[in-house]
Design a protein around this ligand. Structure first.
Ligand code: BG6
Length: 363
């Protein structure tokens, strides 16, 4: 029997920083910044910042870096793609893996292909469920405009908003005028991504969507997804066979590709947990877990995906062994396509909370 001696959630650390922070709120437009990595005016004066960066030799994409002194988040304007969300804490468990999201070593970062990892936005269709030629639609292939940011020192908040609209090219695949706004914010240990879809057409339209988050794992065999027990799903690997989840913890030892239809009445209250167990044995036995708790609004479905060995090998922008380091849990609206009337809008969002438990046990 192990006796648990200590559990120290990350929140303690953050509260300490929060007390030190100053009461300053900034709002600005991106146009006041020079495109210089990590060097903007807000960065040098404050704890929270939103700093645009420009193309570099090895990565020809531009974007912004949000920071709130505890966490940092990198977003490319190509796809309004969150590519990194990492802790800046020096907690021992973070030293090995401060990053919460997975980004493939082979991700193409030149705007010719959607980025493999981070949080791609699937719109106006999930997978092949629509008329778009590209799987998961065109939003993740489009260059979005960075329209503004906000930082609030007291809340440890940094936020950036991006936008994109229908073009002649998108009208060929999705024949409606629309506008998308996407807001990414980090507040303390939370990452919130919010997609607004505005119908600017004279006709109503329907779409499916997903915030296709790739979570980083120390080892896929130690990762567990919780919160879907008893939930109906279709198995995309078995021609959409209908099943019901029977496990408290979903574990991975083969390819998994499922669309869970969560209970609409409960989905806003329940959270999904993606737990990465980091075992250590240094004299005492320890079980450190690095987890993310996900809550969603208006995104009632959850896709769980790991490509495993053969599919990993078939993807040119994914390392053969990288299936061991990731799992996708995607907040989605698939089962019931979203309908938006002319002039109306819809908002779907997910909030991820970083949860660290450092637990030491004595025998
Ligand atoms: C998941 C799908 O959402 O995305 C999988 O359920 C798919 O079937 C995966 O393979 C990756 O898609 P893509 O287009 O980024 O290779």
């Amino acid at each position: 029997m192990f006796e648990e001696k200590q559990i120290q959630p990350l929140h303690f650390n953050l509260r300490h920083i929060s007390q030190q922070s100053q009461r300053i709120t900034h709002k600005h437009t991106p146009h006041t910044h020079t495109h210089d990595t990590m060097g903007g005016p807000l960065k040098s004066k404050t704890l929270c910042s939103c700093v645009p960066f420009g193309p570099k030799q090895e990565v020809s994409l531009e974007g912004v870096i949000l920071s709130n002194s505890q966490f940092e988040c990198k977003i490319y304007t190509f796809g309004a793609h969150v590519a990194s969300w990492r802790s800046l804490s020096d907690l021992e468990v973070f030293k090995t893996k401060p990053e919460f999201l997975f980004l493939s070593q082979k991700a193409i970062l030149d705007g010719t292909k959607p980025i493999r990892g981070g949080i791609p936005i699937c719109f106006p269709q999930f997978g092949k469920l629509g008329a778009c030629t590209n799987q998961h639609g065109f939003a993740r292939n489009s260059t979005w405009e960075f329209v503004g940011s906000e930082v609030d020192e007291e809340k440890l908040l940094a936020k950036a908003t991006f936008t994109t609209s229908s073009t002649e090219s998108t009208m060929k695949e999705f024949p409606y005028k629309f506008k998308l706004n996407y807001t990414v914010s980090i507040e303390k240990e939370f990452l919130n991504t919010k997609l607004e879809v505005i119908n600017e057409d004279e006709k109503a339209f329907e779409f499916t969507t997903a915030l296709h988050t790739y979570f980083g794992a120390k080892s896929i065999t130690d990762i567990a997804v919780k919160g879907l027990n008893g939930v109906r799903y279709t198995d995309s690997l078995e021609d959409g066979k209908k099943c019901v989840e029977g496990e408290e913890e979903i574990r991975f030892d083969k390819e998994v590709d499922r669309i869970y239809r969560r209970n609409v009445a409960l989905v806003d209250k329940e959270r999904l947990e993606i737990i990465d167990r980091v075992w250590e044995d240094k004299g005492v036995l320890s079980q450190h877990t690095r987890g993310v708790a996900m809550t969603t609004k208006n995104l009632n479905d959850a896709v769980v995906w790991n490509p495993w060995i053969d599919k990993a090998k078939s993807m040119g922008d994914f390392g053969d062994e990288e299936y061991k380091e990731m799992v996708c849990v995607e907040a989605a609206a698939i089962d019931e396509p979203v309908k938006v009337k002319p002039g109306a809008s819809w908002i779907g969002e997910q909030t991820l909370e970083a949860v660290i438990n450092l637990a030491h046990f004595s025998v």
